[in-house]
Write a protein that binds this ligand. Structure first.
Ligand SMILES: Cc1cc2nc3c(=O)[nH]c(=O)nc-3n(C[C@H](O)[C@H](O)[C@H](O)COP(=O)(O)OP(=O)(O)OC[C@H]3O[C@@H](n4cnc5c(N)ncnc54)[C@H](O)[C@@H]3O)c2cc1C
Length: 449
């Protein structure tokens, strides 16, 4: 069968994209290397949409939780992942968890029933030179294809490891303790600085040494990542002052909260934790140089001992994993197309979203975009106030390209509602998202799936 769209990768994103296209009458070739003699270091079998680790799609609460809201929007778009997830559902309280075997089999069964979809077990090694293509090869993209993507985008544009520093919601930082400044007052007052006394620093350093850490998987340990993104606890192990000469360097940072008649501009703290703006909205700030393999609960406990971050709410916690992903904010246009070669779209985790649900959602929307392109209609992306729209906007230009790292959906990606009281914001974001998304859907000029 000749095809209109070639999808490379039959994971969550590729399967969802194939469903959205083939159900609209588009002829699709779906190339999946597993089942054709290849595998990735994490997958166990040959099933489409295999869940490589946990069996959870996280919260299903669409009133107060961003990922639950994403479920809701995906269901309205007749998502295959949500449909198969429902059939495979197992009890998990307010979360949505699935039997992974049933889930994958259900995805495969639904796709196999589509007459204009051809599933081919083959590895693709180079980016096609022509023809509408969706690349959804995930965080463990085969090396040959990764090399081809690297050649097309520039080697600096494709990462093989994430080095995730925690991200904090701006409105949870105590600015009576922290202050805005750049080192030596150079440039604008671009950083939020959290000051530490000697006692606080020493206790923090000890906490890093004692904190429980996650281990690298065997296949991750062989991939070099160290230069430039060493975990903070590894730096701490090198000596008590290593961090004070590295990411926690206090020099050139007068703390105005410590001003005295003798020192009207304040004094340098013993150590400083700096946060840098992470998205254009200014709602999310990353902790500079704080990539870590500390366990998540440990990160929350320890990082809340940092002055000014006692009540920090984390949009994302730190991590370090094998993860192939593009610097999408610079490489992709608003429709997930490679700016340099617009016949190629990317979808799923390779775009720099993070998580099963987010990867599926980006696959879903990439499929819809390709369908709209083939139909010759004008495409309007979901509103930024919706979960899919916020995630898409972040990936395709709103995130800071320089510090771009994989991101889960969270309310920090949504346009802020400062006029609403903090306690009521989640409900307010949700209400606005649902109204705007419904309006977008009602006006969508695309054949329903
Ligand atoms: C070890 C690990 C654990 C994770 N655990 C979780 C978790 O617990 N919860 C969570 O929400 N997220 C988790 N993730 C993150 C992520 O959400 C999942 O990896 C998710 O499966 C990404 O979806 P995807 O469709 O983008 O990629 P995938 O689901 O990985 O699908 C990509 C597909 O492309 C195929 N492929 C690769 N290269 C080629 C090629 N050249 N030609 C043809 N086919 C190719 C692969 O075989 C694979 O089937 C984890 C990631 C990893 C690596």
């Amino acid at each position: 069968m000749t095809h209109d769209v070639h999808i490379i990768g039959g994971g969550l994103a590729g399967s969802e994209a194939a469903w959205q296209l083939a159900r609209r009458g588009v002829r699709v070739r779906l190339s999946e290397m597993r089942g054709g003699g290849e595998t990735t270091p994490a997958h166990q079998g040959a099933g489409l949409a295999e869940l490589v680790c946990s069996n959870s799609f996280r919260s299903d609460d669409d009133e107060k939780n961003a990922v639950g809201l994403l479920h809701h929007e995906m269901r309205l778009l007749d998502s295959l992942v949500m449909r198969a997830g429902e059939k495979a559902r197992v009890p998990a309280g307010s979360a949505m968890a699935v039997d992974r075997e049933v889930f994958s089999a259900e995805v495969e069964r639904e796709l196999a029933a589509l007459p204009n979809l051809e599933i081919v077990r083959e590895r693709i090694d180079t980016l096609p030179e022509s023809g509408l293509t969706i690349v959804a090869t995930g965080p463990l993209t085969a090396a040959s294809l990764a090399a081809s993507i690297g050649a097309a985008t520039g080697s600096d544009s494709l990462a093989f490891f994430d080095a995730i520093a925690p991200i904090v919601h701006r409105d949870s930082i105590d600015m009576d303790v922290c202050w805005m400044a750049a080192r030596w007052d150079k440039g604008g007052k671009d950083y939020i600085n959290c000051p530490m006394t000697k006692e606080q620093y020493l206790a923090f350093h000890q906490g890093l040494l004692e904190g429980e850490k996650g281990e690298f998987k065997e296949w991750e340990a062989n991939t070099p990542y160290f230069e430039g993104c060493m975990p903070i606890e590894v730096m701490a192990e090198r000596g008590v002052d290593t961090l004070r000469f590295g990411p926690m360097k206090p020099v050139g940072l007068d703390n105005p909260h410590w001003a005295t008649p003798e020192h009207p501009n304040g004094r340098w703290p013993y150590a400083v934790v700096q946060l840098r703006q992470d998205n254009k909205l200014g709602t999310l700030w990353n902790m500079v140089g704080f990539q870590t393999k500390l366990r998540h609960a440990e990160q929350v406990r320890l990082f809340r001992t940092i002055p000014g971050l006692e009540n920090a709410e984390f949009a994302r916690l730190g991590g370090l994993h094998r993860n192939t992903f593009l610097n999408s904010p610079v490489l992709l246009d608003r429709q997930l197309r490679l700016r340099k070669a617009r016949h190629i779209r990317f979808a799923g985790q390779i775009t720099g979203c993070e998580g099963y649900v987010e990867s599926s959602a980006v696959g879903l929307i990439a499929g819809m975009m390709a369908a709209a392109e083939l139909a010759g209609g004008e495409w309007h992306s979901p509103p930024r106030t919706s979960a899919i729209g916020a995630l898409l906007a972040h990936i395709t230009g709103d995130a800071e390209a320089e510090t771009y790292q994989p991101m889960n959906v969270n309310f920090g990606l949504f346009p802020p509602l400062p006029e609403v009281k903090k306690k009521q914001r989640k409900e307010a974001y949700t209400e606005r998202a649902k109204a705007d998304f419904s309006e977008w859907l009602a006006n969508l000029a695309l054949v329903p799936a």
